[in-house]
Design a binder for this molecule. Structure first.
Ligand code: UT7
Length: 324
């Protein structure tokens, strides 16, 4: 059975760090409020002239190095972002050019907000398993600081910038749960909830980029339910139980959501990998950023079964079970 195997991970964070105390000098908030309600202590913010494509290209280079893969051997790039450099062309095209990939492989951006990386992984998996590609770069990259209303304390304290990437390679497996690679992946959407988390601008409507708007409490309520549902789906698809999972690498939105969903599914807190205290919510970049850190620090090792999940604007949500 053809499987999509992660052979390398990489990530990139902007150098500038913005702490809760620094934010407290900008809006009416406090380190105490942000830490207890969200678990976030700091986030990275892109410098002037530092774009989503820059973060994405660096993360991709590091993933290629880790995989021992030459850029020219990549035959698909899927880049998840809601903060592209430009309305078009796709930021993936910039990354392709920056990496020096001249083999004319297909590249595209994918927009599913915070679920973007799970959507991109699922899409690349379908390309690989159908034989339409053999070696993909799957990237999540964002500069959310550019679409934040820095006067809105309800949202500006939550997000940060960054990028993460994986090299995904087709390989043969036995077709059972011992295989390396993506063992199960599911994505969902429900457009009826699009007004709970959105950006109030766009090329067709306002001809401006707009700012992020969110009804936080309602998003929270939906998130816990939807994430738990889709995690159960992928575990059933693959025929595994919570005990089989070595590490839970969730979208890093809110510590209470992560711990709440882990508990619902029966994953102990020591198996929950957390980066949001230092990264904040980096939308599509949060899972691959966390995954790279887990791999590089030895928390995720070859052969480990990982559970990934995310939920975001749309609403969109999804989960994936992967053996490293
Ligand atoms: O990544 C994809 C999706 N996004 C999420 O998953 C986010 C989901 N939602 C959340 O994480 C939480 O709802 C938030 C962290 C956004 C908010 O936490 P909450 O416990 O739901 O607070 P709330 O919005 O109900 O606000 C409670 C109070 C309000 O004051 P009053 O009306 O009770 O007087 C807010 O005005 O906290 C106030 N507040 C703040 N106070 C200090 C809101 N933001 C802040 C702030 N600092 N930054």
């Amino acid at each position: 059975m053809r499987r999509s195997i992660i052979t390398g991970t990489g990530s990139c964070l902007p150098g500038k760090i913005l702490t809760n105390d620094e934010l407290s000098a900008m809006v009416d908030t406090s380190d105490e409020w942000i830490t207890t309600r969200t678990g976030i202590r700091a986030r990275h913010i892109a410098a002037d002239g530092e774009y989503t494509s820059h973060l994405a290209t660096t993360a991709a280079r590091r993933a290629l190095d880790a995989a021992g893969t030459r850029p020219q051997d990549i035959d698909l790039i899927v880049l998840a972002t809601s903060t592209p450099d430009q309305t078009f062309p796709a930021t993936a095209a910039t990354v392709q050019a920056e990496l020096g990939i001249t083999n004319t492989c297909p590249v595209f951006d994918l927009q599913a907000v915070c679920s973007g990386f799970v959507y991109a992984l699922t899409t690349a998996d379908a390309f690989l398993r159908s034989g339409q590609a053999t070696r993909a770069l799957v990237i999540g990259a964002e500069t959310f600081s550019r679409i934040l209303d820095w006067d809105d304390r309800g949202t500006c304290v939550l997000f940060g910038d960054g990028a993460g990437a994986v090299v995904l390679e087709a390989g043969e497996g036995r077709g059972d749960v011992s295989d390396r690679g993506i063992l199960a992946a599911r994505i969902h959407a429900d457009g009826r909830q699009r007004d709970l988390l959105y950006v109030d601008g766009g090329p067709s409507t306002t001809q401006t980029t707009g700012f992020l708007r969110m009804k936080g409490r309602e998003v929270f309520r939906h998130a816990v339910t939807r994430i738990a549902e889709v995690m159960k789906e992928v575990m059933e698809d693959a025929g595994v139980s919570a005990d089989d999972i070595a590490l839970f690498v969730p979208h890093q939105a809110n510590i209470r959501i992560l711990e709440g969903t882990a508990k619902k599914i029966g994953i102990p807190s020591e198996k929950v990998f957390i980066t949001l205290d230092r990264h904040g919510n980096t939308s599509a970049a949060s899972i691959p950023l966390a995954l790279d850190e887990a791999v590089r620090t030895g928390r995720a090792r070859p052969g480990d079964l990982l559970l990934l999940e995310a939920m975001g604007g749309g609403f969109t949500w999804g989960a994936a079970l992967i053996r490293l």
